[in-house]
Design a protein around this ligand. Structure first.
Ligand code: AMP
Length: 268
């Protein structure tokens, strides 16, 4: 496995490339969810192709006062993880931005994805992959990346991968390690709320208001949980739905103690 730590070296490295490559962008603290993305990347590109993993804790996508400083950065463990997973190139840039940068990739629908779109565009330009793999766990991010690739004509195929979960339903996330044992136990409310809603949909409930209330009812008893949002949207365009449609997806963000967890589930 080759390791590259600067943008200059990345550009030199990809210049001589002949085969296909697939990129898996991450912020590190790698877990089985990331491993699944790497597996799908390998499946896509075959043994002749190159699987590239990037690890960069992107300051642009953290709100001021959020967990940028304390975000886990287990560098040696991540390196071994990639090596064991059969990754060909690990891109671990020390710097990505100029202090006097003035150009960003703006995303106007939600307004929260400028940092993600900017860093992913830079990774696409630096590493010139044929395809890139993203988790459906961050469904909004995946939808916006697809939109960006369409709107800006990046010649890159975007592949979405289903969410990898713990046995009790909790979606794997680098942020789960912030949870203490009581919080970890309560963190299952996200999945329980979503599966309750799915059950109701299967029994014929079509009122979005009632479905969201049902999700609230599952979460409210958890003492350490505070709902940030619960929404039912069209999975394609992320529009909130008033009536259930075939492409409906429930998405939620819940603080468990100080840790904000997100999850989503296809309802139909
Ligand atoms: P992160 O390192 O958290 O920025 O995530 C990097 C990529 O891994 C993103 O495309 C995420 O959607 C994806 N990912 C994170 N957790 C999971 C999971 N539990 N299952 C599938 N993909 C995941």
């Amino acid at each position: 496995m080759k390791i590259i730590e600067s943008t200059d070296a990345a550009q030199v490295c990809v210049r001589g490339r002949t085969g296909k490559s697939v990129l898996v962008p991450t912020m590190g603290a790698l877990h089985r969810g990331h491993l699944e993305l790497i597996r799908v990347a390998r499946e896509h590109v075959g043994n002749e192709g190159e699987v590239v993993v990037s690890i960069f804790v992107n300051p642009l996508q953290f709100e001021p006062g959020s967990d940028f400083e304390k975000y886990p950065r287990p560098e040696p463990a991540d390196e071994k993880f990639c090596e064991d997973a059969g990754v060909n190139l690990l891109f671990r840039p020390r710097e990505m931005y100029f202090d006097d940068r003035s150009v960003y990739v703006e995303e106007t629908r939600s307004g929260h994805f400028r940092g993600v779109c900017t860093v992913v565009s830079k990774l696409f330009n630096l590493l010139a992959p044929n395809a890139a793999v993203f988790g459906r766990k961050d469904y909004q991010q995946l939808a916006i990346i697809r939109r960006m690739v369409r709107d800006l004509n990046f010649p890159i195929e975007i592949i979405g991968v289903p969410t990898v979960r713990e046995a009790d339903g909790l979606a794997l996330s680098s942020r789960n390690q912030y949870l203490n044992s009581e919080e970890r136990a309560e963190a299952t409310v996200l999945y329980r709320a979503m599966t309750r809603v799915k059950e109701l949909v299967e029994r014929g409930e079509h009122s979005v208001t009632k479905l969201i209330d049902a999700a609230r009812d599952v979460i409210s008893p958890a003492k350490r949980a505070r709902i940030d949002y619960i929404t039912i949207v069209d999975a394609e365009n992320l529009e909130p739905l008033e009536k259930l449609r075939p492409s409906a997806l429930i998405a939620l963000a819940v603080f468990i103690g100080k840790t904000r967890l997100i999850d989503n589930l296809q309802l139909t």
